[in-house]
Design a protein around this ligand. Structure first.
Ligand code: GTP
Ligand code: MG
Length: 149
């Protein structure tokens, strides 16, 4: 089953939007398979955002992301990587449609409250970076037959 890595960034935690983000994924029918709050180190974030290391906003991004606790999660379900991105909305909240998480809760690209993996491959990499095997749960949700045909 496909999995994605979703994270509530420090601004999302500070602003009390953790429950709202979890609620949207639960309501949709996706299954939570890992969840923890942690304060990521700069070294860890540099690995997570390695692809962006040449960008001018990279130092600011690492500063922002290490400025407080985050909530890291893995969600499972059909096409959850693509749907997770759609539920988050465009990277720049000014381009995010109302109804998406970013489109409903934030304004600036540098304070866009949540992260979602951009591809199945990067999701695997990110889940491996943020979670140990023991932290990932495998279970059958009781609503499975009522969510999937
Ligand atoms: P994530 O789900 O957080 O990975 O966002 P994304 O995949 O939609 O965008 P990308 O991976 O390209 O950028 C990662 C994060 O860097 C974004 O979510 C923003 O927080 C930040 N970022 C991206 N572009 C800019 C920018 O032009 N300026 C600033 N200040 N931050 C940016
Ligand atoms: Mg990204």
């Amino acid at each position: 089953e496909e999995r994605t890595f979703i994270m509530v960034k420090p601004d999302g935690v500070q602003r009390g939007i953790v429950g709202e983000i979890i609620k949207r994924f639960e309501n949709r029918g996706y299954k939570l398979v890992a969840c923890k709050m942690c304060r990521p180190s700069k070294e860890h974030l540099e690995k997570h955002y390695a692809d962006l290391s040449k960008k001018p906003f990279f130092p600011g991004l690492i500063q922002y992301m290490s400025s407080g606790p985050v909530v890291a999660m893995a969600w499972e379900g059909k096409e959850v990587v693509k749907m997770g991105r759609a539920m988050l909305g465009a990277t720049n909240p000014l381009d995010s449609n109302p109804g998406t998480i970013r489109g409903d809760f934030c304004i600036d690209v540098g304070r866009n409250i949540c992260h979602g993996s951009d591809a199945v491959e990067s999701a695997k990499k990110e889940i491996g970076l943020w979670f140990s095997a023991e932290e990932l749960q495998s279970y059958k949700s009781c609503e499975f037959e009522w969510v999937y045909e």
